[in-house]
Design a protein around this ligand. Structure first.
Ligand code: LLP
Length: 412
């Protein structure tokens, strides 16, 4: 679900016409619907009801403090992958005891910061990382709660760049090595094994790979418990897909239902999930303005003021994002390339996309841009990053100012 709807041919976010935001704040800007974002969190909570669980919102997906505060206000946790994300999560008021930390390249100082903050657990991704974490914790006279990120070698059937649970991937440790590492960890005084973790990929549109991974991890937990290694947290990562075009991803209820089935008969287990896209993806649009129309012999281009530095997904993954006119019309559809001002032919938001007639000065909304949109944006071509706006009902607020030229050179 999302709350971007046309009323009298005008696209609204909740009760605010997007055109009024574009006029007040300028473009390009990201516009988030707070009600949509909250509803998605609520749907996940409902889906897991009756099972001991902790939802750790994946900070990398959309990291604005205003969004993280919504997560904190619901007493939910965070999945982080860097010291910067730890900083953001704590600033937003997310409880450290609800933060899990993944990533193959945690630095010594990042580990120290997370240890000092007393996070819930480190999702450790290699033997070398385990060794360094043990040393840093020992030096501080602390015990690091750990889980191993196991790579279950399951095909998530998604874009290769976002498939993370295949044996060729850099993530996690093979299931076969996990037992030995757990036994090493349990004999190391500065480490305390508390969980088991996996994350097999993103934008999954079937429950099967989740089911397969969960069942591999369940077997591992049973074996660990037999070896007196008391695992209490099973972190299943994120990955639930959304509808960008014609995908039919499982609902949160179907997803949780399938996993509950696999994990039935596992007492004393708290299920952790790290959803990101399913929460934020359809909660925002990238609002842009048409600068020029350009017709060549081969193509019709709609040149907009948003570009690959604002939303890199189409260029990087060939992702489809629906694009709608903020003021719709029922003129005939004809195929256009929607492109930005960046100096690369790879700078496009859509190719051969059927759009109704559109004129310079009109606003376009690039849909489903909330996940990995602003958070992957950059200053390429010395373009200040876009503003971010949060809508609640009939009001909106700027939650991140558009960057200025001074912001561009800060630190140089
Ligand atoms: N947990 C871990 C350890 C992850 O690496 C990720 C995403 C998530 C959770 C959240 O997954 P989600 O629920 O959002 O699928 N930039 C790409 C996606 C990269 C995914 C990275 N990891 C894109 O725009 O499609």
């Amino acid at each position: 679900m999302d709350l971007f709807e046309y009323k009298n041919n005008e696209l609204y976010c909740e009760d605010v016409p997007l055109a009024s935001i574009a006029q007040a704040i300028g473009t390009p800007c990201y516009v988030y619907s707070s009600t949509t974002f909250k509803q998605h969190l609520e749907d996940l909570e409902q889906a897991w009801e009756g099972t001991p669980h902790l939802t750790c919102y994946s900070v990398k997906v959309a990291s604005n403090l205003a969004l993280l505060k919504i997560v904190a206000a619901r007493n939910l946790g965070a999945d982080i992958v860097s010291g910067g994300e730890l900083f953001r999560a704590l600033k937003a008021g997310i409880e450290p005891s609800k933060i899990v930390y993944s990533g193959v390249g945690k630095t010594a100082s990042e580990m120290a910061e997370a240890l000092e903050a007393s996070i819930l657990m480190f999702n450790v991704e290699s033997a070398a990382e385990l060794e360094l974490l043990a040393k840093i914790a020992a030096d501080k006279n602390l015990t690091a709660p750990i889980s191993l990120r196991v790579n279950p070698d399951v095909d998530p059937k998604t874009h290769p760049y976002v498939a993370t649970g295949l044996k060729e991937s850099k993530f996690g440790v093979p299931a076969a090595e996990a037992l030995e590492l757990y036994s090493l960890a349990s004999q190391t005084p500065s480490l305390r094994p508390v969980g088991l973790d996996c994350h097999i990929g993103s934008q999954l549109v079937s429950v099967e790979p989740f089911r397969e991974a969960a069942s591999i991890l369940k077997d591992l937990i049973l074996r660990l418990r037999q070896s007196s290694i008391p695992i209490t947290f099973l972190d299943l990562g994120g990955g639930l897909g959304i509808n960008y075009f014609q995908e039919k991803p499982p609902t949160p209820a179907q997803y949780a239902g399938a996993l509950k089935e696999v994990l039935s008969g596992m007492p004393d287990l708290t299920v952790i999930t790290e959803p990101g896209r399913v929460v934020a993806g359809n909660s925002a649009v990238l609002l842009t303005k048409v600068l020029y129309l350009k017709q060549t012999q081969a193509k019709s281009f709609v040149i907009i003021d948003g570009a690959l530095n604002d939303l890199i997904r189409p260029s990087l993954y060939g992702s489809y994002h629906a694009i709608g006119l903020v003021k719709s019309n029922d003129g005939p559809l004809s195929p256009v390339d929607v492109v930005g001002p960046v100096c690369e032919s790879g700078d496009f938001l859509a190719k051969d996309r059927p759009l109704p007639p559109v004129a310079a000065g009109e606003f376009l909304a690039v849909r489903s841009a909330g996940a990995y949109g602003f958070s992957m944006s950059s200053n390429y071509n010395s373009r200040p990053r876009a503003a971010e706006v949060l809508v609640s009902g009939n009001s909106f607020e700027v939650i991140r100012n558009r960057e200025s030229y001074q912001d561009l050179i800060r630190g140089e």
